[in-house]
Design a protein around this ligand. Structure first.
Ligand code: SF4
Length: 214
């Protein structure tokens, strides 16, 4: 269940709430231990999610997928580093901690997103504190506030395929002659943004995996 919750948008917070609530409703005497267990679960799930995203990145690049977006180079470098240091090996607790805390390997996927977040807290436009000049503190993306102008964005052919599928669905929805005008307007805006994503990716589609990741 933790695996599933962590991988949803806002999952880290939801997981904390879930385990915190379960822990406090179990027995007060377990309060201290529950807190520690919860943090361990959060860290463990974060590491697994990171490893999944990095392994997937490595697979995509090995399959010849192209990468675009301002963080494309960081995405490729992260996949290369992960493949060279961790892929196919059993990770000890210390190695998992090193992976989790490695700023070069902070890439995040969401199954419905049209991008990979290569989280650099100093560039994260979803961080409300960034504009105020406060010290960046984000450790996971805030998908609900994701900004298409963010420098942490990269995209692969997988995301573009997802965008094409959404485009086809939007076309089907827009074909309904009884659609209310505000809904049609909203769908058309969504359609425009998908088209732009696809065109931008195809225009920048020169980048593929470096030799090391093949
Ligand atoms: S704005 Fe989007 S891409 Fe940028 S850090 Fe936030 S979630 Fe990641």
């Amino acid at each position: 269940m933790a695996w599933f919750i962590y991988r949803r948008p806002g999952g880290r917070i939801a997981l904390g709430l879930q385990y915190g609530h379960v822990g406090s409703s179990l027995a007060e005497s377990y309060g201290g231990r529950t807190k520690a267990d919860m943090l361990e679960i959060l860290d463990f799930e974060k590491t697994l999610a990171l490893a999944d995203a990095l392994a997937e990145a490595s697979d995509r690049l090995s399959a010849g997928e192209k990468v675009s977006g301002p963080a494309a180079d960081r995405y490729i470098a992260a996949a290369d580093e992960f493949a060279a240091r961790y892929a196919g090996a059993f990770a000890t607790k210390g190695q998992m901690k090193a992976l989790r805390n490695n700023p070069r390997l902070q890439i995040f996927e969401d199954p419905e997103a049209l991008l990979t977040c290569n989280l650099d807290p100093y560039k994260a436009l979803c961080d409300p504190g960034l504009a105020k000049g406060t010290r960046p503190s984000m450790r996971t993306p805030n998908w609900n506030r994701c900004n298409p102008a963010c420098a942490n964005i990269s995209r692969t052919d997988t995301h573009i395929q997802r965008a094409r599928e959404q485009l086809a669905q939007l076309d089907t929805d827009c074909a309904d002659p009884h659609l209310a005008h505000p809904i049609r307007r909203r769908l058309e805006l969504c359609r425009g943004s998908r088209e732009k994503i696809i065109q931008t990716h195809e225009a920048a589609a020169g980048r593929t995996a470096s030799k090391d990741s093949a």
